[in-house]
Design a protein around this ligand. Structure first.
Ligand SMILES: Nc1ncnc2c1ncn2[C@@H]1O[C@H](COP(=O)(O)OP(=O)(O)OP(=O)(O)O)[C@@H](O)[C@H]1O
Ligand SMILES: [Mg+2]
Length: 227
């Protein structure tokens, strides 16, 4: 299974999402085309499972050079950034080997516009690729934004979902990830939200983010109930 977390613009949550997937699946290979990304410097993962390529390089070629797909059924999570229109080869070659692409979008005009452009370009060049939109960093919008724990009912989520569905093909799945301080710990402490949520005292704060990741894993086709 190759899962790519892809967006053209910074700050939407690609790296924390990719890292979270990784720390729930520590047998995965990890890859990025961001030369200054903290993603490949994670200490808990063997160096021979890390792939760092420059934006201009072809993904597949590099992957084969490093022997990754010599092992059949190797799984990988790719933290991918940039625009398909810039014709950086790393992007189409990464998408080409992906089983699913997660596109994080947060509730800011720039992110929504960029995210939709990103999805449109994926749908144009890779019409068969499974896309899951992840509405990230969701926060309540004022006192009238009332919805209990179901963040699909929040104003921010609905705004992202409506814009995505109006401007892209098909009926894309959009899943919520609420804003949480826990995301800062993922890379710093090399621990997933799910594992944070089971820490005695303090873990409670991460129950909702952990459940949201479970839903995302189910949508991706990763089975996590027993981990
Ligand atoms: N629900 C959430 N999903 C993702 N990130 C979140 C969430 N809630 C809070 N954050 C915070 O938002 C920030 C987003 O991460 P970051 O800026 O690394 O994203 P990125 O898309 O990888 O950016 P870049 O393109 O610059 O690498 C982090 O500081 C993270 O802790
Ligand atoms: Mg990043």
């Amino acid at each position: 299974m190759i899962i790519t977390v892809y967006s053209s613009k910074g700050g939407v949550g690609k790296t924390p999402i990719a890292a979270n997937i990784l720390f729930d699946n520590t047998d995965f290979y990890i890859a990025t085309n961001e030369l200054n990304s903290g993603f490949v410097h994670i200490s808990n993962i063997d160096d021979d499972k890390k792939i760092l390529i420059s934006p201009e390089d072809e993904f597949q070629e590099e992957v084969f050079t490093q022997g990754v797909f010599v092992k059949e059924n190797a799984s990988m999570v790719i933290d991918l950034s940039g625009s398909l229109a810039e014709s950086f080869k790393s992007i189409p070659t990464a998408l080409n080997i992906s089983d699913v692409v997660l596109v994080p979008i947060n509730n800011q005009v720039n992110s929504i516009l960029q995210g939709v452009t990103t999805i449109q370009s994926i749908q144009e060049y890779f019409p068969k690729l499974k896309i899951i939109v992840v509405a990230t960093k969701l926060e309540k919008q004022g006192v009238n934004d009332i919805f209990g724990d179901d963040w699909t009912k929040s104003k921010s989520f609905k705004e992202i979902q409506a814009y995505v569905q109006e401007n892209t093909n098909g009926d894309l799945l959009v899943l919520p990830l609420k804003y949480s301080k826990g995301y800062e710990n993922i890379i710093r402490e090399e621990i997933s939200i799910k594992k944070l949520s089971s820490v005695p005292f303090g873990g409670q704060a991460y129950k909702t983010p952990a459940k949201q990741f479970d839903s995302l894993y189910t949508a991706i086709g990763l089975n996590h109930e027993s981990k």
